[in-house]
Design a protein around this ligand. Structure first.
Ligand code: ZN
Length: 281
């Protein structure tokens, strides 16, 4: 199989702290440095949340703006994807950074349980977030925590609420949500191919399931997500020393399955994203 695999690095998230792994980048400066190293290692997409200095999650557009500016300067061409999921319950504040026009943003189209709470995605908020993404020319990455989310995304695609080719990520292994189950993974994929055959897809596995989901995706022709947001360990005994170390692990799997790693340019072509003006052709 020779189709390039797009590697996304989820650098920070809203949950892991320095106490879990000192390599988790918290400040914007740390995030830029960590992403740069991951970009050099082969990541084409940076999925980012931002944090306050005390490590609590925030949706502060000013921090997102500084992060975007730094990434465009230090990782030219890399696809910048902002999370709109980091602060469930915060309503429209979750999309307050979308006017910054990142290349992509995460979009969850339904609700489910998280380890200690409900991940609230009511229909009016989902429609509003999708509308903001159309307004600012942002490609959503659909976060499918459940089979119903794939059906809902396909419906919104048909209705023009999420135009163009969908990019769907299966999320598995979140406590109290869908486990990393091979049969379900296969059925998710079957459903995507049936409902939206022109969609691109990938998966995120949480904790020890990260490497497992990377392997399933890479072997089946999808794209892959890694990074400290989802998993802070290389293996049971070893903390991941950096986001880049996790990216390198995913690159090795691509080599195992003879999948070339997509450059940022190839990733933008595959996902139908604009080429950045600031990068020389
Ligand atoms: Zn995230």
């Amino acid at each position: 199989m020779t189709r390039p695999c797009i590697i996304c690095v989820a650098i920070t998230g809203s949950v892991p702290t320095r106490a879990d792994n000192p390599a988790v980048p918290i400040t914007v400066e740390e995030q830029i440095e960590s992403t740069h190293e991951a970009f050099e290692a082969g990541a084409a997409i940076c999925h980012a949340h931002v944090r306050n200095d005390d490590e609590t999650p925030t949706s502060d557009p000013e921090k997102f703006a500084r992060l975007k500016e730094g990434l465009e300067k230090h990782c030219p061409g890399m696809i910048v994807q902002f999370s709109t999921g980091g602060r469930s319950g915060a309503g429209k504040a979750r999309g307050g950074m979308l006017p910054l026009r990142p290349d992509m943003a995460s979009l969850t189209v339904g609700s489910n349980n998280f380890p200690t709470r409900v991940y609230e995605n009511p229909p009016d908020l989902v429609d509003w977030l999708a509308g903001e993404m159309r307004e600012y020319d942002i490609k959503p990455e659909i976060e499918a925590f459940d089979l119903s989310h794939i059906f809902q995304a396909a419906k919104m695609n048909r209705e023009g609420k999420i135009p163009g080719h969908l990019y769907i990520q299966f999320v598995m292994g979140v406590k109290n949500a869908m486990p990393a189950d091979r049969d379900v993974f296969d059925y998710y994929l079957h459903t995507v191919k049936r409902l939206v055959p022109d969609a691109e897809w990938c998966a995120a596995g949480i904790g020890r399931h990260q490497i497992e989901l990377n392997e399933w995706c890479i072997a089946a022709g999808g794209h892959a997500r890694t990074g400290l947001e989802d998993n802070v360990r290389l293996d049971r005994e070893t903390l991941a020393p950096s986001n880049a170390a996790l990216v390198r692990r995913t690159v090795e799997l691509c080599e195992k399955y003879e999948r070339p790693v997509a450059s940022w340019r190839e990733a933008r072509e595959i996902l139908g994203l604009r080429m950045p003006e600031t990068v020389a052709a």
